[in-house]
Design a protein around this ligand. Structure first.
Ligand code: 5GP
Ligand code: MN
Length: 337
């Protein structure tokens, strides 16, 4: 964090009583972990703080400390709007553009509060008083650690805060295996373990809580896996009906796209999921090497993210979306070969 941003942040915090923390729609481990870590830290500073997230988060994060106090915007709009309109300061975590909050966009755009962004996605929008953006850092959770450190409060990080930070670093780095995992990441992790967290238990909570249905849905996903060998691409599709067959719950398909990416020689992997509620096709993209799924998704699927992990959506039918994907790919033959 730059010195001028640290100074500005301190001033903003001093003059703010009511603080809201929010994150992107479809919150993941990093979004929820960073929101709760910051929440716990600011509460310790005596602030009145509320975490409001656009919609529900996966069952495997519900053990996180204070997660039961998170307000789901889509379930409690009136109460959430009142709190947001009363806020002096709003932290936006783990996203780079306000529209990533879905239905919260309107109330956030009209809020009188000042904004502080903490995020590691590419090409951040310019809406915040303080934009702490660093695309080289693996996770927003690691950034929250550096943020607390920069404010001179590293000693206030307790076991609960450490649990939250560890969770987001673990989920966003694929359990410390992605290239974004640096020696600094490992130093931060070492400090968190020294604070008494049970790292093996956190991993179990997140990754070993599968239902039978979830594993069967994974089986279906792998059955649906298609490969385009000449373009080193693999993709999975899941219709709404297929998801219903296995009573799919929020988070059940998280990580499934990585199986497609794990195929030998594959450079681009995708999963296309029909979302019954929104009628949209939700897309997760992953790549290896230089192929930027952030650019690819921005260009074709109204999304974005990082070089090697991005998301997007399509308003076409599942079949039309797959056809579009397959027809675009040959334009990238050089990059994918
Ligand atoms: P996932 O595929 O796990 O949903 O998302 C992969 C990464 O891309 C995450 O860091 C996520 O926050 C980001 N992402 C997902 N969807 C979008 C989108 O529509 N726009 C942008 N800018 N980023 C996205
Ligand atoms: Mn993240």
């Amino acid at each position: 964090m730059e010195a001028k941003d640290i100074k500005k942040t301190k001033t903003l915090l001093q003059s703010s009583e009511n603080i809201v923390i929010t994150c992107h729609k479809g919150p993941d481990g990093d979004a929820i972990g960073s929101s709760l870590a910051l929440y716990l830290y600011l509460k310790k500073q005596g602030k009145s703080v509320t975490v409001i997230v656009p919609d529900d988060f996966p069952f495997f994060l519900k053990w996180l400390p204070e997660s039961e106090h998170i307000i789901l915007y889509d379930a409690d709009k009136d109460a959430a709007n009142t709190i947001i309109n009363k806020a002096d300061l709003i932290f936006t975590l783990d996203f780079n553009a306000l529209h990533r909050t879905g239905d919260m966009l309107e109330v956030l755009s009209n809020a009188s509060a000042k904004f502080i962004m903490i995020d590691h996605h590419q090409q951040p929008d310019d809406y915040a008083e303080v934009t702490y953006s660093d695309t080289t850092i693996c996770s927003t959770c690691q950034m929250v650690y550096h943020f607390i450190d920069a404010l001179g409060d590293i000693n206030t990080i307790d076991t609960d805060i450490a649990n939250c930070i560890y969770t987001g670093i673990m989920t966003d780095t694929g359990s410390f295996r992605f290239r974004s995992t640096t020696s600094t990441t490992h130093r931060v992790i070492a400090n968190l373990i020294d604070l008494g967290i049970d790292n093996a238990k956190i991993h179990q909570n997140v990754y070993d809580s599968n239902s039978y249905n979830r594993l069967q849905l994974l089986g279906k996903s792998l059955t649906n896996l298609k490969v385009i060998p000449e373009l080193n691409t693999a993709y999975i599709s899941l219709s709404a009906e297929e998801q219903n067959d296995f009573n799919a719950q929020k988070g059940d398909t998280e990580g499934v796209v990585n199986y497609a990416l794990s195929l030998q020689g594959i450079k681009l992997a995708a999963i296309f999921k029909e979302d019954q509620n929104s009628g949209l096709i939700k897309i997760s993209l992953r790549s290896k090497g230089d192929f930027s799924v952030n650019e690819f998704s921005r260009a074709h699927f109204n999304g974005g993210g990082h070089t090697n992990a991005a998301g997007g959506a399509s308003t076409l039918s599942l079949k039309e979306t797959l056809d579009k994907f397959i027809s675009i790919l040959p334009d990238y033959k050089k990059e994918l070969s």
